[in-house]
Design a protein around this ligand. Sequence first.
Ligand code: PMP
Length: 419
Amino acid sequence: TAAHPLESVRDEFPFLDHAEHRPQLAYLDNAATTQKPRCVLDSLVDQYVTANSNIGRGFYELSRRATDRYEQARATVRRVLNAAHDEEIVFTRGTTDATNLLAETFAARIVGPGDDIVVSGMEHNSNLLPWRRLCERQGATLRVVPTAAGRPVQPDALAAELSPRTRLVAVTHVSNVLGTVNPVRDLVRVAHQRGVPVVVDGAQAVPHLPVDVREIGADFYCFSGHKVYGPMGSGVLYGRRDLLADLPPYQVGGGTVKGVSHDAPVSYVPVPARLEAGTPDIPAAVALATALTWLEGLDREAVRAHDAHLVRYAVQALGDIERVRVVGDPAADPAGIVSIAVDGLHPYDVGGHLDRHGIAVRSGVHCASTFLDDLGLVGTVRISFAVYSTVAEIDRVVAVLRTVRAGEWTTHYPGVRFR
Ligand code: PMP
């Protein structure tokens, strides 16, 4: 099938066309969550209207239909990620759910007193706190690979942090703060040379880059559906079959057991069901697969070119404004995110001011305060793009920020200045 072009892609998003948002809203917070194309919304409704029933439990046609669609969604995710087996795909509520699952099942068994876990200095709390809490609980050490000025994590720098006691490496594919793309394939290779398994947080990568989990070679790869045009509450944990197969359940309950009697030990079903206790969000999983298929159907080259064009345009245009500084080097390897700092103004003030002009951006520490501390910033103003973002939206940001110079700004956070 021919890829469909990007020019008309905006028309596929009812949110963008809604009278309440049009024409004044410039939605530039796509790294937080993306809007949903009509096919994804239709898929959700269709699942509720034509197949709503619980999966795996009913010996009736409707339940089988729901189960089939859920399992087809899994097969679609497997294909899109180029995983080898359907059982390597676990549906979760998102990235946070996936990293917590791994901390409580995989890592909890292999990390003991005196061991360490290595993370990068640019992690989102969701790929930091599960490991940190586990280390605290087990008497292990969390080691952090320093990331100079937001540059990609270097394989050598990772190697330098690995010790004979390192049990796990957790690293983000793309930074949600600066859009930095990490060389995950090389990082995985370095860790594997020492026999250390790797978890990759792909929350910001899947929306922007083609992700092939076998090429990357990571043992685990997590992402959130809602950041890739799919529904809230959907997400994926990919794990190598041999590693997943061995995991104990994360939560126990319905759907996880072969049989339970009062006196015999509980025996659990194989993965992925063992890791999906309780009734999952079936329509969300189905619609996530719809979203991935839809994204795949776009001309991926055009998507990447569009992304690169927007990032480079924004870097150039924003960088030209007095008192505005682009943080890091997002144009080096564009992934849909540009973070700026405005000298003398707190990011909240900047975000609030842009909001009064109908521009939605994210301001603050982006759930990565340790990274912001290392950057020496109280926060950034993050502008992030999706396939429907336009140069005209960037121009509006630029026009508003130009008034910083003209002194049209009030600050609600006095005393906060960039160091
Ligand atoms: N990791 C990264 C890099 C993210 O950007 C996010 C979302 N901001 C998460 C993890 C957490 O994703 P979720 O809230 O969907 O679980």
